[in-house]
Design a protein around this ligand. Sequence first.
Ligand SMILES: Nc1ncnc2c1ncn2[C@@H]1O[C@H](COP(=O)(O)OP(=O)(O)OP(=O)(O)O)[C@@H](O)[C@H]1O
Ligand SMILES: [Mg+2]
Length: 251
Amino acid sequence: MNRILEVKDLHASVDGVAILKGVDLIINPGEIHAIMGPNGSGKSTLSNVLMGHPSYKVESGDILFKGESILDWTTDERARKGMFLSFQYPTALPGITIPNFFRTVLKSIRGEDIPMREFKKELKDGMKELEMPEEFLKRYVNDGFSGGEKKRTEILQMSLIKPALAILDETDSGLDIDALRIVSQGITNAKSPDRSILLITHYQRMLNYVVPDFIHVFAKGRIIKTGDKDLALELEKSGYDGILEKAGLNV
Ligand SMILES: Nc1ncnc2c1ncn2[C@@H]1O[C@H](COP(=O)(O)OP(=O)(O)OP(=O)(O)O)[C@@H](O)[C@H]1O
Ligand SMILES: [Mg+2]
């Protein structure tokens, strides 16, 4: 069995409030899964719980990464073993330049220093792909970045880290039309047999560029429906209410 991620009947809470209420999800190597769902349904909570954010408490159920239960692993361990989360709201790191930050991150994840020349080449290639001007090499991470620039920086980080599982939380929000295409291309380029992607999005349009193998509808703390890319079109038409009603959950 070579599953990348298996989430089993996961229940989790924050500050004593139950948010995840029985999430089941299986992701195999190389697959792209999209999660769509109403605001406040628990999508970001799921990403945070998968990454082991300390504010969230797993009440029951399990998370297996490459077949191993990771509930006891710290966020750091999860990252080193190949999990990556791109945040819905990336934070600024004033005083820390992009090259310095990324080199430190890569060193901690790979467990060894990368020769400067090699690192610079990887970084510049990644920036070129995402059409980020070289002046960003001098900028502090996310400091004063526009929404779209922050999202590109997240994807740049993913392309350098090359995680086995990338969780991208609303990487498309706030992107202009060109940036959406560029960032989507960056995500599509990251697709490989040894990389799986979990993409949280509100918009069907991103899925025109990044074609998911599965789309899950997330509502009321769990996945209520799974389908292929056409499910996004159905959602556009019927809205979440229609789907919830069919699932008998519109109470
Ligand atoms: N510390 C907290 N205390 C109480 N409730 C919280 C806390 N953090 C999150 N929640 C609640 O958990 C619910 C799920 O939030 P979450 O951010 O996971 O939603 P989401 O599906 O990502 O929404 P969006 O589409 O708006 O990003 C929300 O109702 C939120 O208010
Ligand atoms: Mg969210």
